[in-house]
Each structure stands twice: as structure tokens, then as C-alpha cells.
Design a protein around this ligand. Structure first.
Ligand SMILES: [Zn+2]
Length: 136
């Protein structure tokens, strides 16, 4: 390991995550589960605020970027900061999708699709369980 650059990654054991997260948050963030559509806490949320990672508290999305996609999960046109999310190819379930992860704790958030309505053309389809809304 020659790379000595400091990182601010949050690294915890699975046992610690289990203690700190609710079973639903753990299933989504750590086991890449997807909550059932139209069941999430923030699906119809319209309060202005900042959505942070339920695992580590990093800012992920602003409510300004949230829109009603009708897909059953909270949807955003863009992350609050590009560096706060990571994207990875996901070949599970016989589909090729782009997985979205929190860049700080590597928690699974959801997927991003390129059929969004905004200028970015993107639709970040995110599990409510991976988010916490901090109202303004
Ligand atoms: Zn996180």
C-alpha cells in the first residue's frame, strides 16, 4: 500500500452496522435490498430539506432535485454533490443497471437511470430507507 492519502471513509463491521441501523436500513444499505415500491417513508415527501445518508449522515440529495417519477421510490435529478455518490455497474436480476452508493460508507442507495426529466436527463431512484431528511 503506497497510497497514503487520507480518506474519510466510514468503515464499520457488519455487526456494528446491524446495531446502529434499523433492519430495513441494514437490508438496503448493507445487503443491497430494495424496499417495496410505494412503501417508503419519503416517496411522497415534499418538505424542503436535505436528504442525508441513513448510514453515515453524508449529504446526498437536496429536496430541490426531488421529483415525482411515479416509480414508487423517491427520485432525484442529481446528487447534492457528485463526489458524495459512487456509481457501479450492477448485473443482478438479469439487467444491466447502474447502482448508486454513498461514497463515504459505501452503503447501497438505489439505482440511476437515464430517463429523468431534468437537464441532467438522470433519474436517481433511491430507497427511502437509505435516506434521512433534515428539514430546512
Ligand atoms: Zn453513507
Amino acid at each position: 500500500m503506497s497510497d497514503t492519502k487520507a480518506t474519510d471513509k466510514v468503515v464499520k463491521s457488519e455487526a456494528d452496522w446491524r446495531k446502529e441501523l434499523t433492519p430495513m436500513q441494514y437490508a438496503v444499505l448493507r445487503e443491497k435490498a430494495t424496499e417495496r415500491p410505494f412503501t417508503g417513508e419519503y416517496e411522497y415527501e415534499t418538505k424542503p430539506g436535505t436528504y442525508v445518508c441513513a448510514g453515515c449522515g453524508q449529504t446526498l440529495f437536496e429536496s430541490d432535485a426531488k421529483f415525482d417519477s411515479g416509480c414508487g421510490w423517491p427520485s432525484f435529478t442529481q446528487p447534492a454533490a457528485e463526489s458524495h455518490v459512487e456509481e457501479e455497474q450492477d448485473h443482478s436480476h438479469g439487467m444491466i443497471r447502474t447502482e448508486v452508493l454513498c461514497s463515504k460508507c459505501s452503503g447501497h442507495l438505489g439505482h440511476v437511470f437515464n430517463d429523468g426529466p431534468g437537464s441532467t436527463g438522470l433519474r436517481y431512484c433511491i430507497n427511502s430507507a437509505a435516506l434521512k431528511l433534515k428539514p430546512r
